[in-house]
Design a binder for this molecule. Structure first.
Ligand SMILES: [Zn+2]
Length: 267
């Protein structure tokens, strides 16, 4: 096994199947595993399990959703505290030294070689796997709609966040706007580029795999207290399994002419 393949098998989890729905679910922050040689980054189990370590609840939502939609899910199971897979290599928040008030001892004064090792064993294998999936789908003339899954902490820096969910978008807002409307029809409070705005440099996964390939996408953030329990995860997965195909159908009706090849195959 090559070094890259070995790294991928350790930290990248792929489930679901190709050939079902057009959605490709991506979960950058699905796990809280820390490679043993990093000695838990010097953090207690309680700190590692906080929202700073991973996107609480999104693993359950993603896996149930992938089963309901019969679509592919690619997850990074390594903690975002080791390296954030939604940041470009070298980004100032790629490897954080402090996160939401917690100092991360194992991330202080990293050498360029230590940084590179994390990029080569965790960041790149994950994104290479996504690239391979999208290339294979393109070669098989299968449509791809990127769905980047995240969750956000209900309170940050003492400020409570009112949204149940948020949609982040940048150059291509078409599918995001449709999804915002559908979620609001459910009576939910939905952020429009809240709690974060998507830019070319704030995020990495959607700019790299969605916008650079001109694929339709959404980046969804769900508030963590709503999906901490298995029941909440099931509820959100079922909601998304109902609304995503609706959103895609509306998208194809509105914009089918521009993305005809992608829309035809799922009608
Ligand atoms: Zn996230």
């Amino acid at each position: 096994m090559t070094k890259a393949a070995e790294a991928e098998s350790k930290w990248v989890a792929v489930s679901g199947k190709r050939g079902g729905a057009p959605f490709v679910l991506l979960s950058d922050h699905a796990g809280q595993v820390i490679p043993s040689h990093l000695q838990d980054l010097g953090l207690s189990a309680a700190e590692r399990a906080r929202h700073i370590g991973w996107d609480i609840g999104i693993d359950g939502v993603g896996r149930i959703l992938s089963g309901l939609l019969e679509c592919v899910l690619i997850e990074q199971v390594c903690s975002r505290l080791v390296i954030d897979c939604n940041r470009a290599p070298g980004h100032r928040t790629s490897v954080v030294t402090v996160s939401d008030g917690t100092l991360v001892p194992g991330n202080q004064n990293l050498s360029p070689a230590q940084r590179k090792e994390r990029e080569e064993t965790i960041l790149h294998p994950y994104h290479d796997r996504i690239t391979r999936e999208l290339d294979a789908r393109q070669a098989a003339a299968l449509p791809s709609v990127i769905v980047a899954l995240h969750s956000f902490t209900p309170e940050m820096n003492g400020v409570k966040r009112p949204w149940h969910a948020g949609l982040l978008h940048n150059h291509d807002s078409r599918l995001a706007h449709i999804m915002i409307a559908l979620l609001r029809e459910e009576g939910l409070t939905v952020g429009d580029n809240e709690p974060y705005a998507l830019t070319d440099t704030s995020d990495y996964t959607v700019p790299k795999h969605g916008e650079q390939r001109s694929l339709p996408y959404i980046e969804l953030e769900i508030r963590q207290d709503l999906i901490t329990s298995p029941q909440g995860q099931l509820e959100w997965a079922q909601r998304l399994a109902r609304l995503l195909p609706q959103a895609w159908s509306i998208f194809c009706q509105k914009y089918g002419g521009e993305t005809a090849s992608a829309c035809e195959q799922v009608s």
